[in-house]
Ligand binder design. Sequence first.
Ligand SMILES: CN(C)C(=N)NCCC[C@H](N)C(=O)O
Length: 296
Amino acid sequence: MSSSREPRTQGSSGALGLVLGHPFDTVKVRLQTQTTYRGIIDCMVKTYRHESLLGFFKGMSFPIASIAMVNSVLFGVYSNTLLALTATSHRERRAQPPSYIHVFIAGCIGGFVQVYCLAPFDLIKVRLQNQTEPRARPPGSPPPRYRGPVHCAVSIFQEEGPRGLFRGAWALTLRDTPTMGIYFVTYEWLCRQSTRDGQDPSPARVLVAGGFAGIASWAVATPLDVIKSRLQMAGLKRGAYRGVLDCMSSDHRRLTYVDSDTKTIGGNDTPKDDSGLSHFLQTRGDSLRECDLFLA
Ligand SMILES: CN(C)C(=N)NCCC[C@H](N)C(=O)O
């Protein structure tokens, strides 16, 4: 898991996985944060009709640019923590495998540290994924709130301050600290089960073990991933949620989002037509700035 070549390998395989997985990630993020979709298929159909295939790839550039760095931090911290805990190098570890508790602790620390590299990139990704404007905008339609990842980063910095770039970081920490521990323990266990003592696992086994470790860790990570995405979408100043616990216990439907297809607002008090919508926007004022993100 931790030879000197690994961060680079992890970076390029991570980037490939990211391109393949990003369309699904976009659907996941939209379902987590918007109330207007009836389910996965509805979200896919609406996204394709309204934004074409490119809609599924919104917000992908920063994650691609940062994945190598984020993975280097994760695997570097994991490997060095394991080294400190077990006093064995990567080579010695095959003959003298570390205990699962050491693997878990090193994974948790790796997950904890990588959050602070990942958080701003993940925030920008989520905000851009939630912009549902079509590629070719009809003349006169309002521009999207963020023109791209750099504009998004600068706008968040200006509107919400440096802390704004770390919005949702607490939930991300709670999501990634234990689940990266689970990831590495599952990975190690599967490699050890499928490999003779003292031997390195074959590339195919590494792939399968990594895949199952990903499934196990994401199964546990998903509830906090929902909270993280909702906190990231709620701007720091508007105080839609007071924190992780408040977000967990709040009814998400009280937040209002504009559906870009129907121009109606998702939520409990949804106006049904355009005049209802503009009246609603006028009367709700600042609390509805969030809707900018979803207006086509
Ligand atoms: C199992 N877990 C929680 C993880 N693998 N965490 C790191 C994932 C980082 C990735 N770019 C994402 O947020 O999708």
